[in-house]
Write a protein of this length. Sequence first.
Length: 193
Amino acid sequence: MIADVPPPPIHQDPIPFGAERRADMRRYARRHYGIRSARLKPRTIVQHVTVNTSYRATWNTFAPNVADGELGELPGTCTHFVVDRRGGIHQLVPLELMCRHTVGLNHVAIGIEHVGMADGDVMGNARQLEASLRLTRWLQAEHDIRTRDVIGHNESLTSPYRVERVARLRDQTHGDMTPTTMRRYRRQLGRIG
Ligand SMILES: [Zn+2]
């Protein structure tokens, strides 16, 4: 168990997640995980980099419920949290809901995006990194998530929680937040709480 950690300041900035998007999420969960619900059961936290330079552009990317360009599926991709370049934390989706940010883990993963072009932008930005660590540590304490289950998107294939029923996606992952980055990130988590 992680000791209690105070919640960091979080700006609520929800994207539209109405009945249609929830129904799309339920269908996705059934197709990919064999689960008949869009309700998130948090077991892991996945860290991402947006590969863009602004919070507003990030919000605008996730807001519409449109099929993504890479996999062509609904609901639209999204994330629970975004940490901006000044260390502001924004919540886009409530934690009760699954959202699409990591193939194979959306049924159990809280998603945290960081505005930046590459891992080094996040690890080299003291305010952004500190906000991210505090948010993650608080979420770990709230949901009893082990530090080894705080992973980078690029580590998704080796998570013990990974499930993917669609054969063409069995080996699908992204390059953001590599094992090298995440070893440093997890070490730093130990400083907080
Ligand atoms: Zn990612």
